[in-house]
Write a protein of this length. Structure first.
Length: 442
């Protein structure tokens, strides 16, 4: 059964036009020829998956787009998604040697996207590797980037990989949680269909929510990879947050990407100042909200969002309210909400309320975006798996946990980093699983 591809929504496409349009074929060749083909390639070193950047760019310059895409996919099976969502300013492009010469860095992400888009548009697929007779059977829990990378690498080397996912579509945050103007859900699913054709099996609508369910998988599979990410968005912990009209950031993003929300109006308040908060605020603006405020209890210099994301939000018309903390939500007439706030300031490392600083914001929608809760309680009952501060403890080099049959990577281990970090971790775990299987059969 193929991966379902969402139908194109012209209205959604119009409102969420891409931030960086793709390069034309001519522009891509011109840009590729700017690359100095550095022998030490600091751009490759800066990429968590270590894509051979000079190698794939050189192939674009010579017109070998298929070879370029294969070079990318050899290192990063989600090369198409990462070309769109990676923070390249602080990774590969940020390490480009042209910075030292006061020149614009090579547009690595757009060149990578150009090669990958052509590969997918051509209908080409990666070869299917025959399964090894004694190859390991591996269950990957969660269908996000870490599990996709792990399963793809396993199948590429003849093992059997099955991804178990509670939702109806694969991709995790790539499909449901990344802003549409960065990565369309359809593009995420197109990439995953390529992975399915490599031999990866998918089981949708299956929740692994107890130690008992994990033990059932143990009876069917030789190894289990934990790639279930993080849990639900954290709650504000204030009176009134269960009111209608309060929707967390990931819920908002998934709702418009799946076509459930097509329009917002009035005033929207986003609580938080991370990259997901900014994605939600920008979405609210593009969906029609007249005013969008981002409310953050600390100063501008303390926000966790990347600087380029912050600048983009300001261009979208998002307004920022610093050192302001919500304390309660009250219903108003006609479905509106009243957000009660106070000003806070740091005193000896703690935030304290400024006297007589109470204020209210009359709004139509409140969007908490203060991070996700750890989900590692699922494995705490299993022998040998350590959970520290809500995250699974795994060897950084192999992804192996204290239980020799369990490996893990992605957000459930690192607490929430970039897609490319999850891909790198999933691939490392796959290679370690294959090595463990070889030792077990020796």
């Amino acid at each position: 059964m193929s991966i379902a591809i969402l139908p194109d929504d012209p209205q959604l496409r119009e409102r969420f036009g891409e931030l960086k349009p793709p390069l034309t074929p001519q522009a891509s060749v011109i840009e590729a020829n700017r690359c100095l083909n550095c022998f030490d390639a600091p751009c490759t070193a800066a990429c968590p998956t270590h894509i051979d950047v000079p190698g794939f760019i050189k192939r674009i310059a010579s017109g070998n787009l298929r070879g370029s895409a294969l070079r990318i996919l050899d290192a990063n099976i989600l090369g198409s998604s990462c070309a769109r969502v990676c923070p390249v300013d602080v990774l590969c492009e940020g390490s480009c040697v042209l910075h030292r010469q006061n020149h614009k860095p090579i547009q690595i992400a757009l060149l990578q996207r150009h090669a990958m888009d052509e590969f997918h548009a051509s209908g080409r697929q990666l070869p299917v590797t025959p399964r090894l007779a004694n190859g390991p059977r591996v269950a990957c829990i969660g269908a996000g980037p870490a599990s996709l990378a792990c399963a793809a690498e396993l199948c590429r080397r003849g093992a059997q990989a099955t991804i178990v996912e509670r939702r109806g579509l694969p991709g995790g945050l790539n499909t449901y949680g990344v802003a549409e103007y960065k990565l369309r859900a359809a593009d995420s699913l197109r990439e995953i269909e390529m992975i399915r054709k490599m031999g990866v099996e998918f089981r949708f609508g299956v929740s692994i929510d107890s130690a008992g369910a994990l033990r059932e998988l143990e009876a069917e599979f030789d190894y289990i990879f934990l790639g279930f990410g993080l849990g639900a968005m954290q709650r504000l912990g204030i009176p009134g947050e269960d009111q209608a009209g309060v929707m967390n950031a990931l819920e908002l993003i998934a709702s418009y990407k799946m076509g459930h929300i097509r329009h917002l109006h009035g005033t929207v308040v986003v609580v938080g100042a991370g990259n997901t908060a900014i994605d939600a605020a920008n979405a609210a603006r593009r969906l029609g909200a007249q005013k969008v405020y981002m409310l953050y209890r600390r100063a501008e210099s303390d926000m966790s969002a990347f600087t380029f994301e912050y600048e983009h939000a300001k261009q979208e018309g998002v307004q920022f309210l610093w050192r302001m903390q919500p304390v309660a939500i009250r219903p108003e007439a006609h479905g509106r909400l009243l957000l009660e706030t106070v000003q806070v300031q740091p005193v000896e490392g703690k935030l304290v309320t400024v006297p007589d600083s109470q204020s209210t914001i009359d709004c139509d929608l409140i969007v908490p975006a203060i991070g996700q809760s750890p989900l590692a309680q699922l494995v705490q009952e299993l022998r040998g798996i350590e959970v520290r501060e809500g995250h699974v403890v795994a060897d950084p080099a192999t992804g192996q946990t204290g239980n020799e049959r369990y490996f893990a990577a992605g957000d459930c281990v690192n607490g929430g980093r970039e897609v490319v970090d999850a891909v790198a971790g999933g691939k490392r775990a796959a290679l370690a699983i294959l090595k463990a299987a070889e030792v077990a059969h020796a």
